[in-house]
Design a protein around this ligand. Structure first.
Ligand SMILES: Nc1nc2c(ncn2[C@@H]2O[C@H](COP(=O)(O)OP(=O)(O)O)[C@@H](O)[C@H]2O)c(=O)[nH]1
Ligand SMILES: [Mg+2]
Ligand SMILES: [Zn+2]
Length: 350
């Protein structure tokens, strides 16, 4: 039996459930998404669920259940269920779907914190941190940077230099699975009923970290094969893990490329401290590229704003603009398409 409060169920979710036509049925939380079914944590244990046809055919793919979704289900057989409704999402981590221009993909939802995991070897990359931070802040998810493999040799000074413009918005932890004293502060940082998603490249130590936090081998990790020196990728399908007396940890498979699905260039300016300077630009709608009287460009020229930060800002802003512009156009297209379809139906009936 499960106590769903530990999995994050609370009063505001209960209120959301009351707005569903299926409010009299049971609810649960999606813990793993498989190709054709979903594992759902319910008060009566783990259920294997399928989607009702209404949901499957009636919604765009990014609205279909992802890890962390709270759903309503109709039980059938032993340990099986049919998902009939999905509670409205809050705090969802999205990314741009690989290979798509404007489609987004939900990675995890109902999330309080995102652990951005990077290892202190060649993987360490401040720009990648920025990218994950932007995406988390977009949905009011608290970004936390976890620098793993602190037992390896690295330059403290270089790491701190590279991150100093981000420390206002991100808490940083250094961890090593070889030193329990580096894991303890992180364990204390996780609160009961809170949900945390771990994101980062493959091989940085996400699954190992979850195991260390839980003090048991709950997830498979990739071991380095001695012949090739490369990690074997043995990721299990398990995604959601309940920490003893604490929060919910959600593991994600490493993605090669994390494209932004963000719509908020203002927040971006804030994150890069561009807003402070932008207030003094001559034009209210200054794009901070080549307008006369641009205080941001001036700040770069006189060294008040570091050039690499300004470049990061422009790059991510361009990506966010591109995404939101094509998303809006797509929505317009879909709308006019459904209008054409409706007109055609009406004409047929005449
Ligand atoms: N030296 C060192 N190796 C680690 C640490 N954490 C993980 N690893 C190793 O890094 C490799 C990848 O770890 P894994 O947890 O599978 O990474 P994931 O792909 O992000 O889930 C494994 O060989 C781990 O043993 C650490 O703190 N220090
Ligand atoms: Mg893993
Ligand atoms: Zn400007």
């Amino acid at each position: 039996m499960n106590n769903l409060t530990l999995y994050g169920w609370n009063e505001s979710l209960f209120q959301l459930k009351q707005t569903s036509p299926y409010k009299h049925l049971f609810h649960g939380r999606v813990s793993t998404v498989n190709k054709t079914n979903y594992e759902v944590v319910t008060a009566c244990g783990l259920l294997l669920c399928e989607l009702s046809g209404n949901l499957l055919y009636g919604r765009p793919s990014f609205e279909l259940p992802c890890t962390g979704d709270w759903i309503i289900y109709q039980p059938f057989d032993d340990n099986k269920g049919l998902i009939v409704d999905i509670l409205p999402r809050k705090h969802t981590l999205y990314r741009r779907k690989a290979g798509a221009v404007s489609e987004k993909q939900a990675i995890a939802t109902h999330i309080e914190k995102a652990f951005i995991v990077q290892s202190l070897d060649a993987n360490f990359n401040a720009q990648r941190t920025e990218r994950f931070m932007v995406q988390a802040l977009e949905e009011d998810i608290e970004p936390v940077l976890i620098l793993t493999k602190a037992d390896l040799e690295f330059s403290n000074h270089q790491v701190e230099e590279a991150l100093k413009h981000l420390t206002r918005q991100v808490t940083i932890f250094y961890t090593s699975i070889l030193s329990p004293e580096t894991i303890l502060p992180l364990r204390k940082f996780v609160k009961v009923g809170e949900s945390i998603v771990l994101v980062g490249s493959s091989g940085v130590g996400k699954s190992s970290l979850i195991n260390a936090l839980c003090e048991r081998q709950i997830l498979l990790t990739s071991e380095i094969s001695s012949s090739s020196g490369k990690g074997r990728h043995t990721s299990t399908r398990r995604e959601m893990v309940l920490m003893d007396g604490s929060g919910v940890l959600i593991d994600t498979p490493g993605v090669r490329e994390f494209g932004l699905a963000a719509d908020n260039p203002e927040a971006l300016a804030d994150m890069f401290d561009v807003t402070d300077f932008a207030k003094s630009c001559r034009y209210g709608d200054c794009s901070h590229v080549n307008e006369p009287g641009c205080a941001v460009v001036a700040a770069v020229n006189n060294g008040l704003l570091e050039e690499h930060i300004y470049r990061s800002y422009l790059k991510l802003r361009k990506e966010a603009w591109y995404f939101s512009k094509s998303e809006h156009e797509k929505r317009k297209r879909d709308k006019s398409f459904s209008r054409i379809a409706k007109d055609a139906q009406r004409n047929k009936r005449r």
